[in-house]
Design a protein around this ligand. Structure first.
Ligand SMILES: C[S@@+](CC[C@H](N)C(=O)[O-])C[C@H]1O[C@@H](n2cnc3c(N)ncnc32)[C@H](O)[C@@H]1O
Length: 223
């Protein structure tokens, strides 16, 4: 049986002893990542796997601030093939939009295929470090999700803050080793927090273990 959760748009069900998270499929009958499907009351749901998505891992770790909702505009930096972005597309619905930026042509080829089927996803082959390249192609957004695993990831985020509406929310995933493999992860996270604090209010930090090792999800708000 599918049940609602405290997170709007996120559902749950049991498969044996495993509790699964689901979203309602915006494109019933069509999936792109071999995700498990569940059907009930003429609705189709897709399993959102915390082992494949840092946002799903944050939800599985019971993050307190989860703001994504119907009709939101989202800028997703580091969208890759579009796995997590496709679930964000389910959450914001057909009147929302997810701008999906990635620098790697190989993954963007797959991303284009997903976006062709999901009208609320817009693919952008671009370097998130140079937002001037896509300024004309996006509208102000309610939420920024960043998962670029890049040494300069704080600077990348700050350069993209121009797109975020006042009081908008940021989900910022940090992989300690991508920033500095010589420092202890906790030191890297402290340094990142100091940098973020100058421009953003930190609402929450979610350690993504055991789903991702040495990853922290920072949830922040534009001041
Ligand atoms: C860990 S993967 C993202 C996975 C994705 N968020 C998901 O959950 O489905 C990181 C992605 O960041 C992209 N990336 C790295 N540097 C980037 C940059 N400067 N601009 C845009 N994308 C970048 C990589 O090409 C890669 O696809």
């Amino acid at each position: 049986m599918i049940e609602t959760t405290t997170y709007p748009g996120i559902f749950s069900t049991w498969k044996g002893k495993r509790k699964l998270m689901l979203t309602e499929n915006l494109t019933p009958g069509r999936i792109f990542f071999r995700e498990l499907l569940w059907s009930e009351n003429d609705k189709e749901y897709r399993v959102f796997d915390p082992r494949h998505s840092k946002i799903a891992a944050g939800l599985a770790k019971r993050m307190r601030f989860f703001s994504l909702k119907k009709n939101d505009a989202v800028l997703y930096l580091g969208a890759s093939h579009g796995y997590t972005a496709s679930f964000i597309s389910d959450l914001v619905g057909k009147n929302g939009v997810v701008y999906c930026v990635d620098i790697a042509p190989r993954v963007v080829r797959d991303l284009y295929f997903v976006c062709e089927q999901r009208e609320n996803m817009q693919p952008l082959l671009a370097d998130a470090n140079k937002p001037e390249a896509y300024t004309a192609r996006i509208t102000p957004v309610d939420v920024i999700i960043q998962d670029v695993a890049h040494r300069m990831q704080v600077q990348i985020l700050l350069r993209n803050m121009r797109f975020l509406k006042a009081k908008g929310i940021v989900y910022f995933s940090v992989k300690a080793r991508s920033i500095d493999s010589t420092k202890k992860p906790m030191q890297v996270f402290r340094d990142v927090e100091e940098e973020l604090k100058r421009s953003l209010k930190i609402l929450e930090k979610v350690d993504l273990s055991p789903f991702e090792r040495d990853h922290m999800l920072f949830v922040c708000q534009k001041k």
